[in-house]
Design a protein. Structure first.
Length: 332
């Protein structure tokens, strides 16, 4: 019988979509949801030519050291900080991600999380469900406004721009900080103004984090940065947990130095800092910003297209739609 090259699917993902891989490959699907020990990842990769992975799967030099046939890793997600791209590039492994198709879904959620934090929606619901609403009062669950406020966006990529476009409809003034300012025409389109990092911190009524994670931005939002923010401000994080010093954030929220926070991502996720869990003025969601059914299906579908193409099969053979390391692709 024909021996077909093996691909590893690191966790159960929409079976009808992943099934497309079976036309060309022997698919080994992990049935266990969640994180795998590094040795288990290394073993799975050792017999594979390709892998479909998620943010649950950290992969670097050690995990691919015994994977001589491995040629491509397709990450389901736009962020790929789980992958050591320089090490994988050096090993000749093509890496792909899933940008663009999750932009609007993720911007929707970022906006919703910011609104929930500002208007205390989940806190108010818990209070009501707890039976504490005994009479209507003028001073129940007062929040902070979005309209006519200043929105600060840290990281003005595709998702940041999506949030900026939404903010215009809410009558918010939009400021952003980025590695470099956007072209003037995009700024005009987003009604957004470039400011330096400190100005963003001091002037934002609502600060949203949408920047990619790298070691350079680890704990960028620390006690010092939080101290510069208005005590009436909110902070929303839909990027990566490691950007925020969670203990400093808990201090600020508990001490009345920040009004509220909305968090979809955590430094040690799925573990959540117990100090955050104990606070009322923080909305906590389980990393679901890209999680509409349609978008999650589209992400898996793009990742499958990328993997098939990067492994030299299918109509786009050799040309995966969204490569991360074009240099590895050129060398392949
Ligand atoms: C994904 C994300 O759910 O795209 C990203 O960067 O964080 C989420 O959209 C996650 O990456 C799945 O692996």
């Amino acid at each position: 019988a024909e021996v077909r090259p093996r691909v590893w699917v690191s966790q159960p993902l929409f079976g009808d979509i992943v099934g497309r891989l079976r036309e060309d490959f022997d698919v080994v699907e992990t049935t266990q949801v969640g994180k795998h020990p590094p040795a288990e990842i290394a073993t799975a990769l050792s017999s594979s030519v390709g892998a479909l992975v998620t943010l649950n799967d950290p992969i670097g030099a050690a995990e691919v050291a015994n994977a001589p046939r491995l040629r491509a890793i397709a990450n389901v997600g736009v962020g790929y900080n789980n992958l050591d791209v320089p090490a994988l590039t050096a090993a000749g492994i093509v890496v792909t991600n899933t940008p663009d198709l999750l932009t609007e879904t993720t911007a929707d959620f970022g906006f919703a999380l910011m609104m929930a934090a500002a208007r205390r929606i989940t806190e108010a619901e818990r209070w009501l469900r707890d039976g504490q609403w005994r009479q209507w009062s003028f001073e129940t669950m007062l929040g902070v406004d979005l309209h006519a406020s200043t929105l600060g966006i840290l990281g003005m990529g595709r998702i940041g721009q999506g949030i900026a476009r939404r903010a215009a409809g809410f009558g918010m003034r939009v400021r952003y900080h980025n590695r470099s300012p956007l072209p003037a025409e995009i700024e005009r389109e987003c009604h957004a103004e470039y400011v330096d990092f400190d100005t963003l911190l001091t002037s934002a009524d609502h600060l949203v984090l949408v920047l990619p994670y790298s070691r350079a931005v680890h704990h960028l939002i620390d006690a010092g940065a939080l101290a510069k923010m208005k005590p009436t401000a909110t902070l929303t994080n839909i990027a990566r947990g490691g950007i925020v010093d969670e203990d400093a954030l808990a201090d600020a929220l508990a001490g009345g130095r920040l009004a509220a926070a909305g968090l979809d991502v955590y430094e040690g996720e799925p573990a959540v800092n117990p100090r955050l869990l104990a606070l009322r003025n923080v909305v906590l969601t389980p990393h679901i910003a890209s999680g509409s059914l349609a978008t999650r299906r589209a992400m898996v579908s793009l990742a499958v297209d990328n993997l098939i193409a990067a492994l030299g099969r299918g109509p786009q053979a050799g040309h995966p739609p969204t490569p991360v390391n074009a240099d590895a692709l050129a060398a392949a």
